[in-house]
Design a binder for this molecule. Structure first.
Ligand code: PLP
Length: 453
């Protein structure tokens, strides 16, 4: 029998998250206070996050115990399945072995509940009644709305205006789970009102929506803020994906030569590759390739500057050392494929600087073409974000065919595209065009970077 799925029993589900900070060859650059320019302290972050998450943000412990209450919710959909893409392999006529770990089977349809549930739990334990957040395409807002429902926490979501208009079903899903969702820029915050005064039709950006959510959170004692990607604790929570995959690849008697995934803020892919990169750091698997894929229209790692920058548009957040397109970045509205954040997880940027991972930018029409190929072979209609990984995985599999090599490719598949059919429709009707973000725009943004001593 040719097996195509590997199930992990619930009793074998990992019970610890893996913290890469314990194994980094060099420590991460410090996070700086936006006012003083000095490294921030846990207390500086206390108005925004519960102490449980702040301590995870800075922890140097290799393994962090997952609380029972979080495991109990994880068990409503985890462990997720590892698949072998046999039909895609046949269609490509490649000797490569293609595996994918699929995170689209939970209640919200992406990897994001892995951290949403954990974040809701730690806030609940510390008595928080309300959480604010931002969302782009709506995946993160849905995941937090779902988690808020389970832990009885009120959720307020600032959704980037253009997605709010283009993706009403994500908003409705959030409302079904009990969250309140408003378009950003909104009239509910100063950051939103200032932008509307300057630019009434502003399509919004993640950076601006973060400003609104942070401003709202610090103005109330019962409210915290939550971020769905980028930060160390978010990447930590996602490592359950890679820890499960390690066990499943062992069951499949396979080991990846290439791991490929998409990066918006970096959380889903880090969740898959961090548990493997320790083999590369330790020298056990020095030639393993880890490929981060981003859109040409938002080329943070491939074209951005490695510098300290704000996480939001108004400059309210701490300064993170990361690749950035500048915190004033507003993505082009013609872009359909998600992954639109101006910055990137400091852990991903640091590993890229150290030469441990690589990055590629791809144009959106090729991304959708790959998504369609996958749907017509494996059947899954993927979110546009993981279609970026599919494009590069297919390229690598075809290279294997040319070279007559049977490499093992592992795809980090982050979620389904059932709410993204309008983007597929635009592609099928020939309405999507490719657009590469110009180099000079990146240089312009450099002028607005915060000055750091
Ligand atoms: C949010 C999202 C992403 C991008 O965020 P990361 O933090 O880079 O993972 C990718 N895929 C899906 C399905 C998403 O919802």
């Amino acid at each position: 029998m040719e097996r195509s799925m590997w199930f992990l029993d619930q009793k074998d589900m990992p019970t610890k998250w893996y913290n890469i900070q314990a194994d980094l060859p060099e420590p991460l650059p410090p996070v700086l206070h936006p006012g003083t320019g000095k490294p921030i302290t846990p207390n500086d972050l206390a108005p925004l996050f519960p102490m449980g998450l702040i301590m995870q943000e800075v922890s140097q412990e290799r393994w962090i115990e997952i609380p029972d209450e979080v495991l109990e919710v994880y068990r409503t959909w985890r462990p997720t399945v590892l698949y072998r893409a046999r039909r895609l392999e046949k269609a490509l006529d490649t000797p490569a072995k293609i595996f994918y770990k699929y995170e689209g089977t939970n209640q919200a349809g992406s990897h994001k509940p892995n951290t949403a549930v954990a974040q809701a739990y730690y806030n609940k334990v510390e008595g928080i009644k309300r959480i604010t957040t931002e969302t782009g395409a709506g995946q993160w807002g849905s995941a937090l709305a779902f988690a808020g429902a389970l832990f009885d926490i009120e959720i307020k979501v600032y959704m980037v205006r253009i997605s709010y208009d283009q993706k009403p079903y994500r908003r409705i899903a959030m409302e079904v789970w009990g969250a309140n969702c408003v378009p950003s820029p909104s009239t509910d915050t100063k950051a939103g009102r200032d932008m509307l005064a300057k630019w009434p039709d502003c399509p919004g950006s993640l950076g601006l929506a973060i400003s609104e959510a942070v401003e709202d959170a610090v103005s109330r004692d019962d409210t915290h803020y939550s971020l769905g990607s980028v930060l160390n604790h978010v990447l930590l929570h996602q490592t359950i994906i890679g820890e499960e995959t390690r066990k499943q690849m062992e069951m499949a008697d396979a080991y990846p030569d290439i791991i490929v995934g998409c990066i918006g803020g970096g959380s889903n892919f880090a969740g898959q590759f961090l548990p493997w990169i320790r083999d590369k750091i330790s020298g056990k698997s020095p030639n393993m390739r880890i490929i981060c894929v981003e859109p040409e229209s938002c080329p943070t790692v491939t074209k951005g500057l490695y510098a300290y920058d704000f996480g939001d548009m108004s400059g309210l957040t701490p300064l993170l050392k990361m690749y950035t397109l500048g915190h004033t970045f507003v993505p082009p509205p013609i872009h359909a494929g998600g992954l639109r954040y101006h910055g990137m997880a400091p852990i991903i940027c640091h590993l890229h600087k150290l030469g441990l991972i690589e990055a590629q930018a791809v144009p959106q029409t090729a991304v959708f073409e790959a998504g369609i190929k996958f749907a017509r072979t494996e059947g899954i209609i993927s979110a546009p974000e993981p279609c970026h990984d599919l494009k590069v995985a297919i390229d690598e599999a075809l290279k294997c065919k040319e070279e007559g090599k049977s490499k093992t490719i592992l795809i980090a598949h982050s979620g389904h595209g059932h709410f993204d059919l309008a983007s597929y429709n635009a592609y099928l009707q020939g309405k999507l065009i490719d657009y590469a973000y110009p180099e000079e725009e990146v240089r312009k943004a450099q002028i607005e970077l915060p000055k750091v001593a």
